[in-house]
Design a binder for this molecule. Structure first.
Ligand code: BGC
Length: 478
């Protein structure tokens, strides 16, 4: 079959989805929720933590950002774990770690224990951020794979939104313990959901467990099990053994690795988490002066829009394809970031604390608000879900776990860098300069994606793998 052929075959096109796929959908949604809630909740919890313990600025930074470092380590370990013990077992490990971490955080008698809790939670989030989308990408029939992995992003955005709401509700006193402890609830739910699930047919096949693979396939594709197994079997002869790290970095797989890591990094260096973490401060600079005004703007203009616009990707990623969504989203992000930069030229500097004296946002403040809404919506239907989708579908089976691991760790590493240095950057080159830098990165991402990313919509994972092999052979021959 030519590598340019769209390989959604007729059988799959017609077959109804197996009921088990709902369970897979619930797993991926809950894993995303954990990720997002954790990402969003800390801003609100910090106010209470600062009141309970007398903490230094350094300790605050550690409490905030080490969860991301924990996640980076978790993501690196997760690939090996997912290849060895399976995708399902790796999700289970993540959920258990997360539950333990959340309970440690909630009961922490001092900052030392709290930091330990943050690291454990971070590790759990990191493992889940590799294992859960990988699980979904391997379980999903080709024609709905993008939609499945996009549910992960929907979970993330919903988690961030919930965290903003919880922050508003529980913002006083010692209730930060509850804010952090509450995240154990979806973690326990994840344990309950993953326990009755099975591992992916592809992972079973890699382990030489063909009977288990067939049983799993029957659950998710009851109407075309034979056809689906035949396609898996066709790629069986080619390569079954899971390769080690050297294979991940080998010449043969250079292109998928470059694409995975490139997309992961671009998702972060175009500014998303600077906006997610510092939205309150940005709105403060834009003239939303009281804490209540800022929180409302953040919850609805950022949090809710992020959730809703993700549904655009859920609806269109498998119809229009990955490339059009990514490219259109980057245009929206680039233009809106440029507008935020321009409006900041006539705004105040980003303040470190909210004030208590209300005044109406200026015209430039309104432009900033509208531009940020456009930015969030553009990210939410493009780089948010589509990057996770592509990362989880481009690696060949022999290195899939490790490849996804490397790309996801690159994502966490860049997230950490951006959130750590955003305020330093605005101090050095100004707010306008910082947003223009993010806009410039969006332009670079546009050109790069335009040139290197092949469309993967409608291609089975096995077909994508054959495409790389064919490309590597062609380039070796020339
Ligand atoms: C990113 C996160 C980000 C979130 C925002 C995800 O795809 O990986 O870093 O916070 O989207 O919705």
């Amino acid at each position: 079959m030519s590598v340019d052929t769209v390989v959604v075959d007729d059988v799959e096109e017609r077959a109804p989805l197996g009921r088990w796929l709902w369970l897979v959908g619930a797993v991926i949604l809950t894993a995303g929720l954990l990720f997002g809630y954790d990402q969003g909740v800390i801003a609100g919890a910090l106010v209470g933590i600062e009141k309970s313990f007398s903490v230094s600025t350094f300790a605050i930074e550690v409490i905030t950002s080490w969860v991301t470092l924990g996640a980076l380590v978790g993501a690196l370990v997760a690939g090996m774990l997912a290849d060895r013990i399976g995708r399902r077992a790796a999700v289970l490990v993540a959920a258990v770690m997360f539950t333990i971490g959340a309970l440690i955080e909630a009961g922490a008698p001092g900052t030392g224990v709290l930091v330990v809790g943050r690291l454990v939670v971070g590790f759990g989030v990191g493992v889940a951020s590799v294992a859960a989308p990988l699980y979904a990408a391997e379980m999903a029939p080709t024609r709905v794979r993008g939609r499945f992995v996009s549910w992960y992003q929907f979970g993330i955005t919903f988690g961030i939104f919930l965290a903003y709401l919880v922050d508003e509700l529980l913002s006083s006193g010692d209730r930060w313990r509850l804010m952090l402890g509450v995240s154990a609830v979806p973690a326990v739910l994840l344990v309950l959901l993953i326990l009755p699930s099975s591992d992916t047919p592809r992972w079973f096949v890699t382990k030489g467990r063909r009977d288990d693979a067939e049983r799993a396939m029957r659950r998710i594709r009851p109407h075309d099990t034979e056809a689906a197994m035949a396609e898996l079997d066709a790629s069986l002869g080619e390569e079954v053994e899971q390769a080690g790290w050297s294979e991940v970095f080998s010449r043969r797989w250079r292109k998928p690795l470059m694409i995975g890591v490139g997309l992961a990094v671009f998702q972060q260096i175009t500014g998303i988490n600077a906006i997610i973490y510092y939205a309150n401060k940005i709105f403060a600079a834009a003239g939303f002066e009281t804490a209540a005004q800022q929180t409302a703007a953040t919850t609805w203009a950022i949090g809710a829009v992020n959730v809703l616009a993700t549904l655009i990707a859920v609806a269109f990623v498998d119809r229009l394809g990955r490339r059009p969504l990514l490219l259109a989203g980057l245009v929206g992000m680039g233009v809106s970031l440029t507008a935020v930069g321009v409006s900041f030229l006539s705004l105040n500097a980003i303040p470190s604390q909210p004030t208590d004296s209300p005044s109406a946002p200026s015209a430039a403040g309104t432009v900033t608000l509208v531009a940020l809404v456009v930015y969030i919506a553009s990210f939410a239907f493009s780089l948010g879900p589509v990057v996770w989708t592509v990362i989880n579908e481009i690696f060949p089976r022999s290195i899939r776990g490790r490849g996804v691991s490397v790309a996801t760790a690159a994502n966490w590493g860049s997230a950490w860098l951006v959130s750590q240095f955003f305020l330093t950057l605005t101090g050095a080159i100004g707010e306008a300069g910082t947003f223009w830098l993010f806009a410039a990165m969006s332009a670079v991402a546009f050109v790069w994606i335009w040139r290197v990313l092949p469309e993967t919509r409608g291609r089975s994972l096995e077909d994508i793998e054959r495409m790389w092999t064919a490309e590597a052979e062609t380039s070796a021959a020339t």
